[in-house]
Ligand binder design. Structure first.
Ligand code: MN
Length: 730
């Protein structure tokens, strides 16, 4: 464990580096020291020390973590861009791109402050910090920085002490733990306790000091018993008792809600062996000597912790009937337990060797990386890693962190805040700049959603959003909106159908007749009935059967004047449409079973590209995409429609075909025969001659789609005497 509070000098830093990397070229380190010393000239810490002491202590810690030279240099420079006249450009010019990027990363992290200690927030925040530091060295420099700030916290005002200590306990100690640097985690936690709960801290410290002699005696006693027993069974191991950290005692007291009193509560014993077999042998000896406490044995050798920690943990009933905690591990495991990531750091020419197998495996395990690595060398080009490749962490304007999926847009963010915010989102400001809705968010962005009370979600939004939550909310909104449209449509249809009988919906609703009629059609409420009508699941005539007495309906049918203008042609149309089962011929996007009507103006045929328009009281009218009447219609009523190809066999549509030919006898019969031979029915035929000795024949034929129509037209064109064949559009 590094010595605490010993002020570093440039020489101690250099010597520490040389201890693990003897060939190190230290010019850059010395240059960084001069640069920092010059940049911070005149600045003081709260303690009254020259400011440069701080970056030097940080660099010293980084050297003790056995980090590479760029990391140590970054430690020296880490506050220059933030706090002095030095700029990132100058740092890059003097120290290169690699170091400039590291300094920039640390500067960015330092600008973020954590505001609440809520559990989920803290976790998101930790993840965000890891995600923002694509280079793991940035986190290590930040940790060393925080450690030094915590060690010198006494010089700050009490409210500042508490804020910094809380943030350290919530964010940085867990990160140190995750990286497996347990000495740093423990030291940070004890320092946090001192500032967050000074009473508890000083009470513990007092008791530990007071009982020192008693404690030493107890430690010695247990140690020698254990050593003797291990020797007896021929296990090579060293035994040591150590005082537990205050924070872990404090947590235990809080958890069990007991006061700290007994000596053994302060001590944990550690047995260090030569190899794994000896570990299990030692465990056997301990359990044979002292009765183990049930449920307290943990085998982290067989199942290491995510950060690589390995040990056997057990608690036994000791010589005086007290609980004794014992950890058993090998020498190698011991190093990992203490130094974590640094124990596995392998260097090549003073740089973190990203190609070393140990390093790759270590980082891999550290990150609990689940994906198969296609090329491990590429994966760790330097130590640059995307720790949470699938997540993006962003801020609300109040500093709350939201976790979103990779590729998330301001719309995803808006829906993460609140459904209403999502539904009314018209745009967003990212870091103060207005961006389009499809803008991709990055970790660390601050998002401000712009809403409008008149905004509503559109189907296009489904293509913009990434998160399933936002998609579900948009779909739900569209569905509700369509139900509402169907409800209005259904209401109109019924109102209109009732008009000839001098009934109004409101009267029928008040009298309860409407509810009864609805129930006959399996609709519990009038609203449900309107919706069924709007979607075309029920027809107004069927509802009338339950609302209007039979005699009245029959009387109306008899009185109904037969429209004189109704031609034979129209009757054909009407009957053909009934047969054609138009309901299933068309799929209207997002609307189930809507009432379909084909526009007479362009008379679409399966195969034609089509558009639909919602028509009050008449469901959806389908036009061909090129129909001018369709184009002139109100764009807001436009809905996407397409032909239901599964139903193709059941679709038949009446189309008019005009044939221009020479006026020759028998031509009409020939043409009729030609059409029939294509397997197509003729609904009507009409022929007239022109002044210039030509004949124009108009056939109403029943076809399935454009392909069949084309076949008929080609067959007609091929006949001798036929001049031109065309489909009649209106
Ligand atoms: Mn600093």
């Amino acid at each position: 464990m590094p010595a605490k509070h010993a002020t570093a000098t440039i020489d101690t830093i250099c010597n520490t580096i040389l201890s693990y990397y003897p060939e190190a070229k230290l010019d850059l380190v010395r240059k960084a020291y001069d640069f920092a010393d010059h940049a911070h000239k005149g600045q003081m810490r709260s303690s009254g020390d020259p400011y440069v002491i701080h970056p030097m202590d940080v660099a010293q810690t980084l050297a003790e973590l056995r980090l590479d030279i760029p990391s140590v240099v970054t430690g020296l420079l880490h506050d220059t861009v933030e706090d002095t006249h030095a700029t990132l450009e100058i740092v890059e010019k003097e120290f290169g791109k690699d170091i400039a990027e590291l300094v920039d990363g640390v500067t960015k992290l330092s600008k973020i402050t954590f505001k609440t200690s809520e559990e989920k927030q803290a976790e998101n925040f930790r993840k965000m910090i890891l995600a923002m530091s694509k280079d793991i060295r940035v986190i290590l420099v930040k940790l060393a920085d925080r450690l030094n700030n915590m060690r010198t916290l006494e010089h700050l005002a009490p409210h500042k002490q508490k804020n910094i200590a809380q943030e350290t306990l919530d964010i940085y100690a867990p990160i140190a733990n995750r990286l497996g640097i347990s000495w740093m985690k423990l030291e940070l936690e004890d320092l946090c306790l001192r500032y967050l709960h000074p009473d508890a801290y000083y009470k513990l410290a007092q008791r530990v000091t007071k009982k020192k002699r008693e404690r030493d005696k107890y430690t010695e006693e247990v140690t020698s018993i254990l050593e003797e027993k291990l020797k007896e069974y021929d296990v090579h191991a060293s035994v040591a008792g150590r005082a537990k950290h205050f924070y872990s005692i404090y947590k235990k007291m809080e958890r069990r809600n007991v006061d700290f009193d007994q000596i053994h509560d302060m001590i944990a014993f550690r047995i260090v062996t030569d190899n794994i077999t000896e570990c299990y042998k030692a465990l056997g000896v301990i359990h044979a000597t002292y009765k183990p406490v049930p449920g307290r044995f943990k085998d982290y050798i067989a199942m290491p912790k995510a950060n690589g920690y390995q040990s056997l943990h057990t608690t036994v009933i000791g010589p005086h009937g007290e609980r004794v905690e014992i950890q058993i591990r090998t020498q190698d495991m011991h190093q990992v337990a203490d130094a974590g990531i640094a124990a596995h750091w392998k260097y090549k020419e003073g740089k973190f060797d990203s190609r070393s197998r140990e390093n790759i495996e270590w980082v891999h395990r550290l990150l609990e990386w689940n994906k198969d690595l296609a090329d491990p060398n590429e994966f760790l080009e330097t130590v640059k890693i995307d720790l949470f490749a699938e997540d993006v962490f962003v801020f609300t304007p109040t500093g709350e962190v939201k976790e979103l999926s990779y590729g998330a847009t301001p719309l995803d963010f808006a829906y993460a805040v609140h459904t209403d915010v999502g539904n009314r989102c018209v745009g967003a400001k990212v870091n103060g700049k207005i961006v389009p809705l499809k803008h991709r968010l990055k970790s660390g962005d601050t998002i401000e959603v712009i809403t409008s009370p008149t905004q509503t979600p559109s189907k296009d939004w489904l293509k913009i959003v990434k998160s399933s939550r936002a998609k579900a909310k948009i779909r739900a909104f569209i569905k509700t909106q369509e139900r509402e449209r169907a409800r209005e449509l259904g209401r109109d249809l019924l109102e209109k159908a009732l008009r000839p009988y001098n009934r109004t919906l409101s009267k029928l609703d008040r009298s309860g007749e409407l509810v009864k009629a609805g129930q006959q059609l399996h609709c519990r409420t009038p609203e449900e009935l309107y919706i069924a009508l709007g979607y075309g699941r029920s027809l107004p005539e069927h509802v009338l059967e339950h609302l209007i007495p039979k005699e009245e309906r029959e009387a109306f049918q008899r009185e109904k004047p037969k429209p004189e203008e109704e031609s034979f042609l129209k009757r054909v149309f009407a009957s053909a449409r009934k047969r054609s089962n138009s309901k299933n011929a068309i799929i209207v996007s997002n609307l189930d079973e809507v009432l379909i009507r084909f526009a007479r103006c362009c008379n679409p045929l399966p195969g034609d590209s089509i558009v639909g328009f919602i028509t009050r009281g008449r469901g959806v009218t389908v036009h061909t995409a090129t129909c001018t009447k369709g184009i002139d219609s109100d764009a807001e009523r436009r809905v996407e429609v397409r032909w239901n190809l599964q139903e193709k066999a059941n679709i038949s549509r009446i189309v008019r075909v005009r044939v221009l030919s020479g006026d020759e006898p028998g031509l009409l019969a020939l043409m009729s025969q030609t059409i029939s031979s294509c397997g197509v029915n003729i609904a009507s035929a009409n022929i007239r001659t022109t002044k210039d000795q030509k004949a124009i024949a108009i056939f109403e034929i029943q076809v399935m789609d454009t392909a069949q129509l084309q076949k008929v037209m080609s067959a007609l064109e091929a006949k001798k005497g036929v001049i031109a064949v065309e489909r009649v559009r209106s």
